[in-house]
Design a protein around this ligand. Structure first.
Ligand SMILES: Cc1cc2nc3c(=O)[nH]c(=O)nc-3n(C[C@H](O)[C@H](O)[C@H](O)COP(=O)(O)OP(=O)(O)OC[C@H]3O[C@@H](n4cnc5c(N)ncnc54)[C@H](O)[C@@H]3O)c2cc1C
Length: 417
């Protein structure tokens, strides 16, 4: 690793500049670290290990449900090995049910011949694990720099930062998240719409074990998810994501702790007993965004910069890791053939490989969200009948689960064992 100290008006040149060292940008930097490219990874954050949360539970509210494909990618990048057993929570089953009826679907890893469906991991732990890998790589870390300008030059792009520093690279990757500044500066056209939902996120202490199950109840006001966290000191914890209309989210945020615990217990129908305690709550407005293209000459979008979707299915970062893994395959193949990795035709191979998959997942989430929001009686009947039929169709259920786990379809090299 090389770390540069901020200097006034200096210009640094790279072959590949990745803007954004969130989970996706950091994974891409790890994935490209052994190429012969000079790589810079820039972020406005300090890029130092993030300390453990100081919340009462000790868990950070931002967690991800990682698919088997993401686990494999992180293993192949050498990052998974930095995550101790106390920081990953495998879940073996999933239970999804409708608050307005009797429809219920259960997924079990053993039905697929697997040990688990996935893992719940705090985002900062994933980020720290990737950073630990980058520290021993040849990637130049560029911490504490915020991009504010982008200029097209003959040989590529010039990226201007708020403190006057400039970077030049023929190939720039925008991994700077859902509100990507680079995407905006480059002028990528977007489709975006409001879900009219806010996600209330926190960690709760349970009175009963979570049974290593991810629980999701669809309420008329929106879905509520309980994601199992590692048990600590004999206590059982879940990370919760409760999607609500903004005014309802505001009301839930305003409840005192006891009233919030009672409300969330009732919303989950008390399936895990009374909720005993909750950390501070965070409310996040949900918006779906999708770029109409991911590539232009010398510039490409990955992760949430390309697409951000409803957290309902827990797929956002899983799609982002697949973006990074596919882009790595495309760039390495181009380098092996002697092509310029910054060429539009090369970058469009990545766009073609990922856009269909990302759109399909986004459309499925959109359909789910609308179906469970519907209050009309025929739709409610259809929803409940459909869930029961689906639950009793093992072949279809297993295919859906395999897809969600990233175990089917054509996989990039890093997602293969
Ligand atoms: C409530 C909730 C629950 C979720 N649950 C799941 C889940 O269970 N499973 C799942 O797969 N996904 C989940 N997601 C989605 C997941 O969190 C995102 O897909 C993921 O964090 C995106 O990662 P990223 O690296 O693309 O972007 P980010 O994490 O947003 O990282 C972007 C980085 O770019 C940097 N940056 C931004 N602008 C600039 C700039 N101008 N200059 C320099 N640096 C900049 C930022 O500092 C940051 O480090 C959830 C999302 C939400 C909101």
């Amino acid at each position: 690793m090389n770390t540069t100290a901020p200097q006034q008006d200096s210009t640094q040149a790279f072959d590949l500049l990745i803007v954004g060292a969130g989970m996706v940008g950091a994974a891409l930097a790890c994935a490209m670290a052994d190429s012969r490219l000079r790589i810079g990874l820039l972020d406005s954050q300090p890029l130092q290990p993030i300390p453990r949360a100081t919340t009462p539970s000790g868990f950070d509210p931002r967690v991800s449900a990682l698919s088997a494909a993401s686990e494999q990618i992180l293993k192949n990048l050498g990052a998974w090995q930095h995550l101790g057993p106390e920081s990953v929570s495998p879940y073996r089953s999933m239970c999804v049910w409708d608050a307005e009826g009797t429809g219920e679907v259960r997924f079990a890893a053993q039905d697929l011949g697997e040990l688990r469906l996935g893992h719940i991991v705090e985002n900062y732990q994933i980020q720290n694990a990737l950073l630990a890998q980058l520290v021993t790589s040849g990637v130049t870390l560029l911490p504490g720099l915020t991009v504010q300008g982008l200029v097209r030059e003959d040989t590529g792009w010039r990226v201007d930062c708020t403190d006057g520093q400039r970077m030049r690279a023929p190939l720039v990757v925008a991994a700077d998240g859902a509100r990507s500044r680079l995407r905006e500066l480059a002028g990528f056209a977007m489709r975006e719409w409001d879900y009219l939902h806010h996600a209330v996120v926190t960690t709760v202490t349970l009175s009963e074990p979570h049974q290593h199950t991810a629980w999701q109840r669809f309420l008329p006001s929106g879905p509520l998810a309980f994601l199992p966290l590692p048990s600590r000191g004999g206590q059982h914890y879940c990370s919760i994501v409760w999607s609500l209309l903004p005014e309802r989210a505001q009301a839930v945020m305003a409840l005192d702790d006891a009233a919030f615990c009672a409300a969330v217990t009732e919303a989950l129908e008390g399936r895990l007993g009374p909720v005993l305690a909750a950390d501070q709550r965070v409310s996040i407005p949900l918006r779906q965004r999708h770029a109409k293209h991911y590539a232009m000459p010398g510039l490409v979008l990955v992760g949430d910069a390309a697409h951000s979707i409803h957290p309902l299915a827990g797929q956002g970062v899983n799609l982002g890791f697949l973006d990074a893994a596919v882009l790595r395959d495309v760039l390495c193949a181009a380098l092996a053939r002697g092509e310029s990795p910054a060429g539009l035709d090369v970058l469009q191979r990545y766009e073609r490989a990922r856009m269909g998959n990302n759109l399909a997942v986004m459309a499925a989430m959109e359909g789910f969200e609308r179906l469970f929001h519907a209050q009309a009686l025929p739709l409610r009947w259809l929803r409940n009948a459909g869930m029961k039929m689906f639950d009793q169709a093992p072949m279809i259920k297993s295919e859906v689960m395999r897809r969600a786990m990233g175990l089917s379809g054509e996989l990039p090299t890093l997602a293969r064992p």
